[in-house]
Design a protein around this ligand. Structure first.
Ligand code: FAD
Length: 389
């Protein structure tokens, strides 16, 4: 039987978050961008609502929600403040990795603080010479007695300037390629850690930047999971973050469409509301339709994940087209609102800048198309047999 209905509890959760996003997030969305601030108090507030701990089990202070419910949060928070959706997506990814692979001690120390929104933890894979080809990283971690010593540079990392810790990927056995990568929990307070922020086009409150590790020493217990298993541990997590990213972009774009529909019903030209001209209504219809398609593909992917079934192809399709269709929709909305929307008085220009970032972050269009090609055409037809995506 096919059932597209959310449960009553999920619908209630959606309503709570939609009201919260409208009343408490949307009015200040542009403020954090203008002031260049990470609103940590709102991460904490989202923690009180359970949003930051959705994929963290109850025994570690989280909500233990399913992936579908997590998707609802990504979509609804995206309507209010796109940058705060990182508290859903990043925390779901980090929450799953730590829950599945970290030691009991690490889980007890970090998960409750992540779930409450008190601590922000990022993920550091990308390097100046290794983005799409993530297996090509050159950061190293060498074991010395009861410690690991990390060296290298990470680039493009979300929450670099405000994160309390990072899951850092480094090579423990460089001769094994992507099978020689391990993951470590690195607090940003340790000696040898340095972060520098970027002057980004958007996503300003996320504090993206580079992380430098110079003879950075952490206890051996900070290894997450098995040595040399880091890559396979995180790749599965990306199937979740990619579905959530699609929904957070759709949330921001649908909010833009709602605002634009209100505008074109009121604004007149040549004595009639703009909405009566099909050259105005049809583009809105086109974008709305495209976004609905992405939305249901995303929820289908999340449902498959909840059932423990394969969903990499679905996740990549959503990550590829979700941000793209959302950017196109927001751009059109900006134009339909006329010159005023080109000012910083309205949130549309910021939404456009913010959402473009996630056309790149977490895998570009091409990276995601490679995943789909591998599945529908075959592994043996990949360009590079050592390819990592
Ligand atoms: C907003 C944002 C947030 C981010 N957050 C994080 C984070 O928290 N942690 C983290 O580790 N990284 C993060 N990143 C980095 C991101 O994951 C990388 O930028 C991304 O994987 C692409 O890598 P790159 O920028 O090095 O581009 P490259 O890999 O150099 O690619 C450049 C271009 O070439 C294309 N290309 C590359 N290889 C191929 C190929 N084989 N075939 C066809 N086309 C190809 C790409 O699609 C792209 O268009 C973030 C980036 C952004 C923009």
């Amino acid at each position: 039987m096919l059932n597209f209905e959310f449960t009553e509890e999920q619908e209630q959760f959606r309503k709570i978050l939609r009201d919260f996003a409208k009343e408490e997030l949307l009015p200040h969305y542009t403020k954090w961008d203008r002031e260049g601030i990470t609103p940590r108090h709102l991460w904490k507030k989202l923690g009180d609502l359970g949003v930051t701990g959705l994929r963290i089990p109850e025994q570690y202070g989280g909500v233990g929600a399913d992936c579908l419910t997590t998707g609802i949060a990504a979509e609804e928070i995206g309507r209010g403040d796109f940058n705060l959706t990182y508290s859903v997506m990043l925390n779901a990814l980090i929450g799953e990795i730590l829950t599945q692979h970290a030691s009991e001690e690490m889980k007890n120390e970090w998960l409750p603080q992540i779930a409450s929104g008190e601590k922000i933890v990022g993920i550091a894979i990308t390097e100046p010479a290794a983005g799409t080809d993530a297996g090509g990283i050159t950061s190293t971690a060498r074991r010395e007695d009861n410690e690991y010593v990390l060296n290298g540079e990470k680039s493009g990392i979300s929450v670099a300037t405000c994160g309390d810790a990072f899951i850092v990927f480094a090579k423990t056995n460089p001769s094994l390629g992507n099978k020689g990568i391990s993951a470590f929990l690195v607090p940003s307070t340790v000696n040898g850690f340095e972060a520098k922020g970027y002057e980004d086009m958007g996503n300003i409150p996320i504090g993206r930047g580079s992380i430098y590790m110079h003879e950075l020493r952490i206890p051996a217990a900070n290894l997450i999971g098995q040595e040399n298993q880091g890559f396979s541990q995180v790749m599965n997590g990306f199937d979740l973050s990619r579905l959530l990213i699609g929904l957070q972009c759709v949330g921001a774009a649908m909010q833009s469409i709602d605002e634009t529909i209100e505008h074109v019903k009121i604004r007149q030209s040549f004595g009639r509301p703009l909405a009566t001209y099909q050259a105005v209504s049809f583009p809105i219809v086109t974008h709305h339709t495209q976004l609905e398609l992405i939305k249901w593909q995303a929820y289908r992917g999340l449902w498959l994940r909840d059932q423990g079934r394969k969903h990499s192809k679905e996740a990549s399709s959503v990550k590829w087209l979700g941000p793209k269709y959302s950017v196109e929709a927001i751009h059109e909305c900006l134009l339909l609102n006329g010159h005023y929307a080109y000012t910083k008085e309205m949130p549309l220009e910021q939404r456009l800048r913010d959402v473009i970032g996630l056309e790149i972050g977490d895998g570009t269009a091409q990276a995601n198309q490679m995943v789909i090609a591998k599945e529908i055409i075959g592994r043996e037809f990949r360009t590079h047999q050592t390819q990592t995506v």
